[in-house]
Structures are given as C-alpha cells and as structure tokens.
Write a protein that binds this ligand. Structure first.
Ligand code: SF4
Length: 206
C-alpha cells in the first residue's frame, strides 16, 4: 500500500533519489515506465505538455479561470462544454461570457436538465431535501451525453456535487477539467476545511 501523503522523505523531488521508503511507489519501476510511455501517445502528449507549460508560465500569477481559458486556446479547442450546477448559475454565466470573449464557442448544460424528480432514479422520498415535494434530480449523465452529442472538444465542470461530478467524468467523451469544486458551506473552497481541521474544525472531520 502506498502512503505518499504520510511520507517525510520525498525522494521523488530529487534528481537521483536514494533511500526510498520501503513502500515507495517508485520501486515499481516497470509501472513507472509504463506510465511514462503513455505521455508519448498522441492523445496525451500535446495536452500534457500544454498543461505543464501553462503551469510554468502562469505560476502564482494566473488564477485558475485564466489557466483554464489558456488551456482551451493553446490546445486549439473551439467548442467548449460547460456542465454546471444550478446553484452556480451566475458563475456559469460569467464564465461563459469570458470563454466567448476569448473566441470560444460554449455549449452549457445545467445539472437539473431533464426535470426528472429524484424518486425516478431510486432516491427515497425521505432522502430528498424537501420530502413530498417535486425535487429535480441532478443529471450528470445527461449533461455528459448532451455534450457528447454536441461533440465538444473539451468539457469543464463547474460546481457539480460530490459524486455527481464523478459520473459526469465517467460518461464524458471529451477530457474534463474542474473549474469549481462545490462547497456550499465554505464558498466553494473545500480546502478551507483542511486549513481549519486542526483548529476551529477539530472534531468535525467526518
Ligand atoms: S513517491 Fe516515494 S519518496 Fe515520494 S512521497 Fe511517495 S513514498 Fe515518499
């Protein structure tokens, strides 16, 4: 089992690592080589190099919005899919306008598309936010299928719920990046809970 998150050695950050931890994944030479080979595949190479160049050019200067727009432009994408949460409709509109001003075409699909009540997919009535009322389900699979049908070059997830985002990633034909990770309590900054985990939030970790 690998436990990089607990490692104090961090030999992977040195050019000629010695004294690897016993369970260091870098001991899996064959798997490391297999991973490296995949960056040479045409489907990955330009994308990975471009993303890494953006990391360097905008390092500590460009906000994620700009990094995302730049990735689309530098990859030569034209049609961008935006799968967004109804709760972040305003953010989706602002971001769509930014993408369009950059010369990109935007196909956007809201999470509630389909207008299907939550019970239709097996969610018990008592597990709705407001039981016994119509409550449209989030529909990340439909979001993905609709963007697939539109043949988007690249998709962006904006504020999809935890787990709903996973299904969107699963069914999207195009590669996906996430602009906003939803956190209704922390202004969409999930890292805030980590920064406070050993302070004010102690004891609230689960
Ligand atoms: S890859 Fe190896 S050296 Fe790097 S953090 Fe993981 S265990 Fe530590």
């Amino acid at each position: 089992m690998y436990t990089c998150a607990d490692c104090a050695v961090r030999a992977c950050g040195t050019p000629e690592p010695e004294d690897l931890p016993k369970n260091c994944p870098m001991r899996e030479r064959e798997m490391m080589d297999r991973a490296l080979e995949k960056y040479s595949l045409s489907e990955n190479r330009d994308f990975y190099v471009t993303a890494s160049e953006i990391e360097a050019i905008g390092y500590c200067q460009w906000p994620r919005v700009k990094e995302t727009v730049q990735l689309c432009l530098r990859m030569g994408y034209h049609k961008i899919g935006l799968a967004f949460c109804r709760g972040l409709s305003w953010e989706a509109k602002v971001f769509s306008d930014i993408l369009r001003r950059a010369g990109l075409e935007v196909v956007s699909v809201i999470c509630k598309t389909g207008g299907v009540d939550k019970t239709a997919c097996g969610i018990p009535e008592e597990h709705k936010i407001h039981p016994n009322e119509f409550e449209p389900m989030c529909n990340p699979i439909a979001q993905a299928l609709l963007l697939n049908e539109q043949h988007t070059d690249f998709n962006i997830a904006l504020g999809l719920c935890v787990g709903h985002d996973s299904l969107f990633y699963k069914y999207s034909d195009a590669l996906v990046t996430t602009l906003i990770a939803k956190d209704r309590v922390l202004a969409h900054n999930p890292a805030g809970a980590l920064y406070c985990a050993e302070g004010y939030f102690r004891g609230r970790n689960t």
